[in-house]
Design a protein around this ligand. Structure first.
Ligand code: FAD
Ligand code: DHB
Length: 393
């Protein structure tokens, strides 16, 4: 077996893993990243689209802001709507903070470019990733590399950034692991379309037929989501059916507003769940991002939460490899404060905007929406959570 020695072995080359390697390098700490998929596959997955203020601040402060500043779009807020009414919430007025439209695909490209330029060692297309000796101060990760050779990475610490299906979470023994889960009775059908956005800022729409969201990626590419039942097949949703549902739910024709349509270039169905696993640290294993928690996408928090985790984890690991364990010891509790805040916010946005078929629920949702849009306190609560709390909250 080939042996490699580094300070931090990182499992997963998604945003959490690649940003962690970048932040560790800035602290003078070496790492090796292992990833089951190919570099191209990871870079092209269409996922999140909104960066909160603290994510943007961090990317800029660590040399990753150039393309974001040139190509990202700063938004002051969002629109909330229900049939007949559309209201703008101005986060800048309400909290002094804003959000940016900049896709996860772009963040990933920037991370890969920076790590490649720095000579970061990343093993793509690995198999059989396994974690060893996590309760000692000499843990390791083994895997089969793309050529079929067996490799062992010896490290001072292991970072489990391997998303919801990776092996890291289950390496925390079940005797100490606690898990919380909420599965929602609906999914999102998401599309990417070659059409200019029909709105300047995102529209989150409550509608009796189900939730719809108008987002965007650039001045010529729009992103849309519609609420669909679980187990929906894409085969049942023709382009026509998708555009009709979006037009109805987003209010085409109301107050002179119209939804422009265009060729659909990507489509998928996303199930929705809330999930938290604790603790986020066991021995020399540290979990970050989707490996430890999943949120439903309604609050645009998944990617931002992964960034916030590794912003805490990098200095903790840098101190640990130099012999000081206090930040590492507090990592899980500190990270979980934000995780539970975002878990609540994402659940709240999801519950307020998705229809269940129950008329009582519908009245409560509309009452809540009217309050959020008419009370400065209600609007500020949403804005503070959506634009994001400071790192370390
Ligand atoms: P990931 O991006 O999942 O990265 C984990 C990496 O680990 C992957 O590349 C995976 O291949 C790798 N890996 C897994 N197993 C192993 C192994 N055994 N060995 C080595 N590597 C391994 N969030 C939003 O805010 N808005 C959205 O619209 C949105 N849409 C989403 C759509 C989908 C389909 C999904 C799955 C997520 C979406 N999210 C969204 C959530 C957001 O994309 C994630 O929160 C974010 O990607 C988390 O980053 P991560 O690095 O923790 O995990
Ligand atoms: C996008 C996704 C979200 O989950 C969200 O709340 C806002 C925007 C997007 O993909 O653009």
């Amino acid at each position: 077996m080939d042996e490699v020695r580094t300070q931090v072995a990182i499992i997963g080359a998604g945003p959490a893993g690649m940003l962690l390697s970048h932040l560790l390098a800035a602290e003078g700490v070496g790492s090796v990243v292992v990833e089951t998929r190919s570099e191209e596959y990871v870079a092209s997955r269409i996922r999140a689209g909104i960066l909160e203020q603290s994510t943007v601040d961090l990317l800029r402060a660590t040399g990753l802001g150039e393309r974001l500043d040139a190509e990202g779009h700063r938004h002051r807020g969002i629109y909330l709507q229900w049939p007949g009414e559309r209201h703008h919430l101005d986060f800048v007025d309400l909290t002094g903070r804003s959000v940016w439209v900049y896709g996860q695909t772009e963040v990933q490209k920037d991370l890969v470019a920076a790590r490649t330029a720095a000579g970061q060692q990343v093993y793509y297309e690995v198999g059989d990733t396994a974690l060893h000796d996590l309760e000692t101060d000499h843990p390791s990760v083994t895997f089969t590399d793309a050529s079929g050779a067996e490799v062992r990475v010896r490290a001072d610490a292991v970072a489990g950034c391997d998303g919801s299906f990776g092996p890291s979470r289950c390496a925390v023994p079940s005797s100490v692991r606690q898990q919380w889960e909420r599965v929602y009775p609906y999914s999102w059908l998401g599309i990417l379309a070659d059409v200019a956005p029909s709105t300047d800022e995102l529209i989150y729409a409550w509608h009796p037929d189900g939730f719809a969201l108008h987002s965007m990626r650039s001045s010529s590419v729009s992103r849309f989501y519609v609420q669909v039942p679980n187990d929906t097949s894409l085969d049942d949703w023709s382009d026509d059916r998708i555009w009709t549902a979006l037009a109805d739910r987003l209010g085409h024709g109301q107050d002179g507003w119209s939804l422009e349509t265009g060729p659909i270039t990507d489509r998928s169905v996303l199930p929705m769940r809330s999930f938290v696993a604790t603790p986020m640290r066991h021995g020399r294993l540290f979990l970050a991002g989707d490996a430890a928690h999943i949120v439903p996408p309604t609050g645009a928090k998944g990617l931002n939460l992964a960034v916030a985790d590794v912003a805490l984890l990098a200095p903790a690991l840098a101190a640990l490899v130099r012999g000081s364990s206090s930040l590492a010891d507090s990592y899980s509790d500190t990270a979980l404060r934000r995780v539970w805040r975002c878990t609540h916010f994402s659940w709240w946005m999801t519950s307020m905007l998705h229809t269940s078929g129950d008329p009582f629920d519908a009245e409560l949702q509309l009452s809540q929406l009217r309050w959020v849009c008419s009370s400065r306190a209600g609007a500020a609560g949403l804005a503070e959570n959506y634009a994001g709390l400071p790192i370390g909250f």
